[in-house]
Design a protein around this ligand. Structure first.
Ligand code: ADP
Ligand code: MG
Length: 347
């Protein structure tokens, strides 16, 4: 791809995030037998014994992933932990420790970082996780926050992205699209505020949306619930980039296709009414919105009785043998091909 070291420059945007990761890591050599699963899932899976260790990391950058004009630092700290724990739960594991690395400019007073850590500590307490290390350094501009989460699971319980089979049911937890709409509401308020700082903020109507954007909860409860129901998903991923992108990941890695039913996609009433108000299509928002931090998984048909009546779960489709072909069955019965669109695509 890089043809001439001096002349040619390949722009990163021409590759996109996933191709870039593939390009950079494609030749990775594994040296250790206990690197059970390296790059390519929600977590790396380490160890050859009965209990395996799960590791995941995420980097959040001011101005890219968060805007401090409407994201309180305490919420940012809490959310940054959730983003990582969600990846542990997506492997069907239990989160145990985190490390927190911080690059911060002089613009931030001590009190601001105390707020950030109040959120981190709160998340650790609520999710029974220990803060065990990190790194602190200066940045020339803004705040960068990187968290690594460590977890564990019995080897037999770990769920990967690649285990889905044709005819498995596709299940999603919670509801979708609210976090993205919450961001739209906050962005709109910010612009109104910039024009006239005395304008009254009208966020009451959007409480759920704003909460989903500013204080997401990772689905630790779902890991326990699945265990209580004695259901082991055949594949699982967390919804950080939007339903369509995550379905495509499951299908690509499992070498299956998928049919998703538009009418089955779970939407909160606030999502439906706000989409009407903003003249947006709620299905598009659910498919491409992102940041919901729900879990998306597949189960065998025979597990249907165990999950069908559970209010935490929505069965939204099934896997097919047409590898790579992901279709939305619309309310009108039409088949529409789904293509990847991370939440950036909506910006
Ligand atoms: P997620 O959305 O679950 O956080 P990503 O899409 O960020 O996962 O990453 C996909 C896979 O690529 C993961 O296994 C991740 O650890 C790996 N990965 C991402 N960036 C890099 C990088 N710069 N170097 C090595 N591995 C990476
Ligand atoms: Mg993930």
């Amino acid at each position: 791809m890089i043809e001439d070291k001096n002349q040619s420059r390949t722009s990163l945007s021409s590759l996109g995030e996933f191709k870039l990761i593939e390009h950079l890591t494609g030749g990775t050599v594994i040296h250790h037998e206990d690197t059970f699963k390296g790059i390519g899932d929600d977590c790396a899976v380490l160890g050859t014994g009965d209990i395996q260790t799960l590791v995941t990391t995420d980097l959040l950058v001011e101005g890219v992933h968060f805007d401090l004009s409407y994201m309180p630092l305490k919420h940012l700290g809490y959310k940054a932990v959730m983003v990582n724990l969600s990846d542990i739960y997506a492997m069907n594991g239990i989160a145990k420790q985190i490390t927190v690395s911080l690059a911060v400019s002089n613009r931030f007073p001590l009190e601001a970082l105390e707020e950030l850590y109040a959120g981190i500590h709160l998340a650790c307490k609520a999710y029974n996780v220990d803060l065990v290390g990190g790194d602190t350094t200066s940045s020339t501009k803004g705040l960068l926050l990187s968290i690594t989460a460590i977890g564990e699971a019995n080897k037999n319980d770990v769920v990967f992205r690649n285990g889905a089979k044709s005819n498995d049911l596709l299940v999603v937890t919670g509801d979708l699209g609210a976090a993205y709409l919450g961001l739209q509401v906050l962005e709109r308020e910010k612009q109104v505020f910039q024009v006239d700082p005395n304008t009254e903020h009208e966020l009451d109507k959007y409480t759920y949306l704003v909460e989903r954007q500013l204080k997401p909860e990772a689905r630790k409860d779902v890991v326990k619930l699945l265990s209580d129901l004695e259901v082991k998903p055949t594949s699982m991923i967390d919804i950080s980039d939007g339903l369509s992108s995550e379905i495509l990941h499951l299908c690509k890695q499992s070498k299956t296709g998928c049919q998703v039913y538009e009418e089955k996609i779970p939407l909160d009433q606030e999502v439906i009414s706000t989409c009407e108000e903003f003249n947006m299509d709620s299905t598009t928002i659910a498919l491409s919105g992102g940041e919901d931090y729900e879990l998306l998984f597949t189960v065998k048909q025979e597990d249907f009785p165990k999950i069908k009546a559970n209010p935490n779960f929505s069965i939204i489709g099934h896997m097919t043998e047409d590898a790579g072909i992901v279709q939305l069955v619309t309310r009108g019965g039409q088949m529409v091909d789904i293509e990847a669109q991370g939440w950036n695509a909506l910006e």
